[in-house]
Design a protein around this ligand. Structure first.
Ligand SMILES: [Fe+2]
Length: 417
């Protein structure tokens, strides 16, 4: 198995219109998204449900879910950001026990002086929930929006500048010339679609005006993207009125929007706004973003969690964790390979070519989610597309390949100044 070497992705943008002046040391914010946390106690990996998910699902690393989060927390205690902004899909499927277990984990960060802010994704307040104590689904207690506010009272739902009476959106003052706008972008809870309602949009504009009057700079976050990152997935992954919301926030000086939901590490830019989708934390290579604001500039760096280092530090004897770069890559690669193979072998008659294309697809998929295309051989990409044309897998791969070319979707990895 080829070892996939993660690299740090750095994006620097110099803001020309930030009204604030440098105050003390730079504001440091870590963004993390789509943790899809389960909590080991209520989720056994052994059983048919997760086995089925491994081969057909989205490559979520469920087996080591809690270890991954513990590794992230350990890293944060060293990184010491001022804020951690978690942009939704905090838990696997809305189970109250998972939310409570996650809030308990966040306490460690609070106690270390790191302020955690959360907002809900489509998997957090679902109207249904399951746990998997024996690897099989069992109906579990789900949470309401009121429960969400209560469980995460210390993580954004107390002490904010303003709360939207129509949703779970709020604005938090960092005290360093910046306000973080945490938008609840769910159309309705439990549905993947995103939109900001008319009332919430009005509230947002009022708060943007207040932010400007206070000579603060707005940073905006939500679960769904505002801009298009992949045309194939716009319907459920991009905010329905994303263009209008993007226009609104840039009108009041926002230049950075942070989100998740798509699970890929990816960004797009207009002249006025950079929209960054963070790679899903639950998916290899388990990324998070570090942003430093310094006077008139900000810099974004995407990092991967050092799971093996964490395993070693706690004296783990689990070989998968101790060799996590190889194990994590193989897990996600195999997930994509199985899906690709099913389609490709059915339309490509030459077994040697079918295998070559399946391997290429899996590598391309891992690269796409990780946000790094640099070490891929793309010389036979066109032959691959021609040979698999007309299949769903092929049309998905075509959208991914667009990112490897110089067009509007090809903006990662990159550096802008
Ligand atoms: Fe989501």
């Amino acid at each position: 198995m080829k070892k996939f070497v993660s690299v740090l992705l750095i994006l620097s943008i110099f803001l020309s219109f930030c009204a604030c002046s440098p105050k003390e040391k730079p504001l440091k914010i870590v963004t993390v998204t789509d943790t899809h946390f389960t909590g080991n106690e209520y989720f056994s990996y052994e059983g048919t449900f997760f086995e089925a998910n491994d081969s057909n699902g989205t490559g979520k690393q469920i087996q080591y879910n809690e270890d991954l989060l513990d590794a992230f927390i350990q890293e944060m205690l060293v990184e010491k950001p001022d804020f951690i902004v978690a942009t939704g899909d905090l838990v696997f499927n809305g189970a109250k026990v998972s939310h409570l277990a996650l809030a308990e984990k966040f306490k460690t960060l609070s106690e270390a002086g790191i302020k955690v802010l959360v907002l809900p994704g489509n998997h957090d307040i679902t109207g249904y929930a399951f746990t998997f104590p024996n690897g099989e689904p069992e109906i579990a207690e789900f949470i309401t929006p009121e429960d969400f506010k209560e469980i995460y009272a210390d993580f954004g739902y107390t002490g904010a500048v303003s709360y939207d009476p129509n949703s779970l959106s709020y604005v938090y003052d960092t005290g360093k010339g910046t306000r973080i706008f945490m938008l609840d972008t769910n159309v309705t809870y439990g549905v993947a679609l995103g939109n900001l309602s008319k009332k919430s949009t009005e509230w947002l504009e009022e708060q943007l005006i207040a932010c400007k009057e206070a000579e603060n700079h707005p940073i905006v976050a939500g679960h769904h993207s505002l801009l298009s990152h992949n045309p194939r997935f716009d319907f459920t992954y991009k905010l329905g009125n994303g263009t209008e919301v993007a226009e609104l926030i840039t009108k009041y000086g926002a230049s950075l929007y942070l989100c998740g939901h798509l699970h890929t590490q990816h960004y797009v830019q207009t002249e006025t706004l950079t929209d960054i989708v963070g790679g899903a934390f639950c998916v290899y290579p388990h990324r998070y973003g570090v942003i430093e604001f310094s006077g008139e500039s900000w810099e974004y760096e995407s990092k991967t969690t050092d799971v093996a280092g964490y395993a070693e530090s706690i004296g783990s004897t689990d070989e998968n964790l101790l060799n996590y770069p190889e194990f994590g890559y193989a897990f996600f690669y195999d997930n994509a390979y199985d899906q690709a193979k099913e389609t490709i072998y059915s339309v490509v008659n030459d077994p040697e070519l079918a295998e070559k294309y399946s391997v290429f697809s899996a590598q391309l998929n891992v690269a796409y989610f990780g946000g790094v295309f640099s070490d891929l051989d793309l010389s036979f990409a066109e032959d691959f597309i021609a040979a698999t044309e007309g299949t769903g897998w092929s049309s998905y791969m075509q959208t991914v390949l667009l990112d490897t070319k110089d067009n509007i979707y090809c903006q990662w990895p990159a550096k802008t100044e």
